[in-house]
Design a protein around this ligand. Structure first.
Ligand code: BES
Ligand code: ZN
Length: 608
């Protein structure tokens, strides 16, 4: 009878809290508190030490804890009994899955309150990048950092690696002297660099937000509660570029409630960081490729900051629901941009995003263009397309337009407050919306809402953002093509956004000679703005404009941001000549790329 009851309980727990990207049995036993003690060895490129988990058992018959792991060497597992005695526990690692890693199963004689796992990481850990000193900007000291989203925390900590549950943590990190360790936790700006660092994260977070970086870092304050950690060369440049961060915080707080995390600092990473930014709590990780010198790419900071509400406070419960993090965040990001930099800039950025979304929609399978998509059996990093971001943002903008800003802002504020520090799924969001917003089907009907969420492509109620500024650019493009006179392009008054729109139109409209004329006139191959450069290289490759290749080579070696480099290698692999050129460039670039970028490019160039 008991066995049947337990089986029923397990079944119910599974249905209630299923995350197909985690092996863990978090509905039966969970770990609300985690303590890390890790030493960073840069020669071995390895973290070693232990994690201690405080356990909450949710059913009297359960004696097994199942954790997620990937490429970890487990040295031993000790459990502490209720009487305080430490005993060795038996454990085994399950079969290896290339996308999910391995289950770590630990057997208990009784429901112990604590377990301690001694382990070390592999140099290939998917969630860590180890850089030699030559691969850093200052070239004096080595550097390492973690990137745990989506399911890479398990490659450096054995734990329940699912956004369905939350934990608090504390950590002690041992590093070589002279290096500074920082975490997405309570960093204090004037710590001694003594190689022994303590952290505490008092707010409960999902595992994908646990973050660590170690390097030759310095700190500079921007305001009372904001500042920058960076290698010396970047420090002043970053402080100048991101000096509006405090104002951005005030803008969001006024709309959606107080900033819930204490400090908000930025960590500038080496250019091999595979993302633009990562919203680690209290300390966003940021690519240096957005330091353009003119604040033209600071929407990235607005984005990572916005995650402090959408994502970090109210969290997608599984990776199928990424839109609840990224769509809401893209919406809030654009609201911040509007308030800090004006409605015109926000409109241009929206229009550029729609262009990106349309490009993705052309290439994706229809079932991957729903807001909620099924990524079971796949690497959840594949969900990282424009669909959860921009289609999600457009859905919320649709609601805002129909209900009016005031009503919609109140709704969102209420949403963040009602579900603070909880995991969310789309059905729960719909129930909340039905209760607090959708009271008049003439304003918005449930059918209209469901079309946005569960139908492929763009909904029939989508209204495309259109700016006059881009129309002007299109007209100038047409008259230059007719006259051949570069002076027809009024580029003096163009912002980066005009340029990006302009370059986005070229593939369909110009030939190689015209590209050469543009490059000679505006030195686009040499652009120091990474977004402009990447967009330009894309057109250059499409038109076989090979004069851009030396600059492209430099770019591919210097920058490791996946969004830029993976599509460029994809394009290069489409013909034999550029493919062999790409392979030669990649040989030089690969050692500097993050493991995730390496495996993505290996796949594109068919090297594995
Ligand atoms: N949380 C994401 C990064 C991420 C997403 C990592 C999915 C792993 C899996 C971050 O907030 C983000 O969206 N970064 C974007 C920048 C943004 C302005 C669109 C990026 O890195 O390009
Ligand atoms: Zn994001």
């Amino acid at each position: 009878m008991r066995v049947v009851l337990l089986l029923l309980f397990i079944l119910a727990a599974k249905v209630q809290a299923a995350d197909p990207h985690s092996f863990s049995n978090f509905a039966l036993v969970s770990h609300p508190q985690l303590t890390l003690d890790l030493t960073a060895d840069f020669d071995k490129q390895q973290l070693s030490g232990f994690v201690e988990l405080q356990l909450d058992w949710h059913h009297p018959d359960v004696r097994e804890l199942i954790l997620d792991s990937r490429d970890l060497s487990i040295e031993k597992v000790m459990g502490q009994s209720a009487e305080g005695r430490w005993v060795k526990l038996s454990h085994r690692l399950g079969e290896v899955s290339s996308t999910h890693g391995q289950a770590l199963r630990i057997e208990f004689p009784a429901q112990f309150p604590k377990v301690r796992i001694y382990y070390h990481t592999s140099p290939q850990a998917s969630g860590l990048q180890w850089l030699t000193k030559e691969q850093t900007s200052e070239k004096q000291q080595p550097f390492m950092y973690s990137q745990s989203q989506s399911i890479h925390a398990r490659s450096w900590i054995p734990l329940q690696d699912t956004p369905a549950v939350r934990l608090n943590y504390q950590a002690r990190i041992h590093t070589p002297k002279q290096l500074l360790a920082v975490m997405g936790a309570d960093n204090s700006a004037n710590t001694d660099k003594d190689g022994d660092y303590f952290f505490r994260m008092p707010q409960a977070i999902p595992s994908y937000l646990i973050a660590l970086a170690i390097g030759d870092l310095e700190f500079k304050a921007m305001s009372e509660r904001t500042g920058v950690y960076a290698e010396k060369v970047w420090l002043d440049k970053a402080v100048a570029e991101f000096s509006d961060t405090e104002q951005m915080m005030q803008v969001v707080s006024a709309m959606y409630g107080d900033y819930p995390w204490g400090r908000y600092d930025l960590l500038i990473l080496p250019a091999s960081f595979p993302f633009g930014g990562m919203e680690n709590p209290r300390l966003s990780f940021i690519t240096p490729t957005v330091i353009a010198g003119d604040k033209s790419l600071v929407s990235l900071i607005a984005h990572e900051l916005a995650h402090s509400w959408s994502g970090n406070l109210v969290t997608n419960g599984s990776w199928h629901e990424l839109w609840l993090n990224e769509g809401f965040t893209s919406y809030v990001e654009n609201r911040i941009m509007e308030q800090v930099y004006g409605a015109e800039r926000a409109l241009l950025e929206r229009q550029l995003s729609v262009q990106d979304l349309e490009n993705d929609l052309d290439q994706l399978e229809p079932e991957d263009t729903l807001l909620v998509s099924d990524y079971t059996g796949r690497d959840p990093d594949e969900a990282f397309t424009q669909v959860p971001y921009i289609k999600g943002m457009l859905f919320l903008q649709f609601l805002e337009q129909r209900f009016g800003r005031k009503t919609f802002d109140e709704f969102l504020k209420n949403y963040f407050q009602s579900f603070a520090f909880q995991s969310m799924d789309t059905e729960k969001f719909l129930r909340f919306m039905r209760k607090t917003l959708l009271n008049d089907p003439d304003t918005v009907s449930m059918g209209e809402v469901l079309e946005w969420i569960y139908q492929p492509g763009l909904a029939s109620t989508f209204v495309a953002p259109v700016s006059d500024a881009f129309k002007q650019v299109d007209l100038q493009l047409a008259s230059w093509q007719k006259s051949g006179q570069l002076s027809d392009l009024a580029t003096k008054s163009w912002s980066i956004h005009h340029w990006l729109h302009f370059i986005g139109q070229l593939a369909a409209t110009v030939d190689m000679a015209q590209l050469r004329q543009l490059d000679q006139g505006f030195a686009l191959s040499q652009s120091q703005n990474a977004e402009v450069a990447a967009a330009w290289f894309k057109v250059a490759l499409a038109k076989n404009y090979s004069e851009a290749q030396p600059a492209l080579e430099q770019f591919l070696i210097r920058v490791g941001r996946r969004k830029f480099v993976v599509p460029l290698y994809q394009q290069l692999s489409q013909n034999q000549q550029t493919l062999s050129w790409a392979k030669a460039v990649y040989q030089k670039a690969r050692p500097g790329y993050h493991p995730l970028t390496q495996s993505a490019v290996d796949k594109v160039l068919k090297l594995n």
